[in-house]
Ligand binder design. Structure first.
Ligand code: PEP
Length: 254
């Protein structure tokens, strides 16, 4: 079921290059998000910019991180733990982004991260999606496998704190967005898969968002017809006017 309050997340990936540029981009976005904004807006900058951005956080923009480790301490060189993120005011964390999975992240690690994030009261935004689409619809099975893995060991109460981002890999950063019809069909499929694992009334409450080449020009149609409750935005979140237009597309209602 579509949530009344949309969620729009900007994933800056490995951008911009300096703290000064990050502060500037953040302040440009800040100016464009009104205090009465109807959507929940999240910015996920690179880790190193989080402390600076946290100093000027807008009441309507929550802080996100692009990844986390499932361990809180120990011999895991180069990693950041959930407790460290929470200490800087981070509220959302992307988990299992396809660009992390491409570097070797497994479904088992994704599941461990979901549990670790919830333990720290961070909202896990778990990315799932097929690499390509075959004519027979086999790609739905890849998505079902990811859903099963990410939800392993979760109670119904925990699941309701998880956001699922459907991000078909072929649509990320390519300019080729899924159609609103593709998104709607996947929304129904995700709910039916979750219903097999939990109860229908639980499955219907899970906040689902879409990501993959969302821009000003396609946001409105994807939002009204795709059946999902918001967006995970990469490239277009690096341009304040474009990102604000995407947020606005969700504020006009269904
Ligand atoms: C992403 O990074 O999650 C993403 C969806 O990127 P883009 O919007 O650039 O396709």
């Amino acid at each position: 079921m579509k949530h009344t309050q949309a969620l729009v997340i900007g994933n800056w990936k490995l951008n911009p290059g300096t703290t000064a540029e990050a502060k500037l981009l953040y302040s440009q976005i800040r100016k464009k998000v009104s205090k009465n904004c109807l959507a929940t807006v999240v910015i996920a900058p690179p880790f190193l910019f989080i402390p600076e951005i946290a100093k000027t956080i807008h009441p309507k923009i929550a802080l996100g991180a692009q990844d986390m480790h499932y361990e809180e301490r120990g011999a895991v060189t180069g990693e950041i733990g959930g407790g460290q993120l929470a200490a800087f005011g981070v509220q959302y964390v992307l988990i299992g982004h396809s660009e992390r999975r491409a570097l070797g992240e497994t479904d088992t690690q994704v599941n461990k991260k979901v549990h670790a994030a919830l333990k720290r009261k961070l909202t896990p935004v778990v990315c799932i999606g097929e690499r390509t689409r075959d004519g027979q619809g086999q790609f739905y099975q890849d998505v079902a496998t990811q859903i099963k893995a990410l939800t392993t060991g979760l109670t119904a109460v925990q699941l309701q704190k998880v956001v699922i981002a459907y991000e078909p890999i072929w649509a990320i950063g390519t300019g080729l967005n899924a159609t609103a019809e593709n998104v709607k069909e996947m929304q129904l499929f995700i709910v039916s898969t979750l219903t097999k694992l939990f109860e229908r009334k639980v499955a219907e409450k899970i906040l689902l968002i879409y990501g993959g080449s969302v821009k000003d020009s396609n946001a409105r149609e994807l939002y009204t017809q795709g059946g999902m409750s918001g967006f995970l935005v990469g490239g277009a979140s690096l341009e304040a006017t474009e990102f604000a237009a995407i947020i606005h597309a969700t504020e006009l209602g269904n």
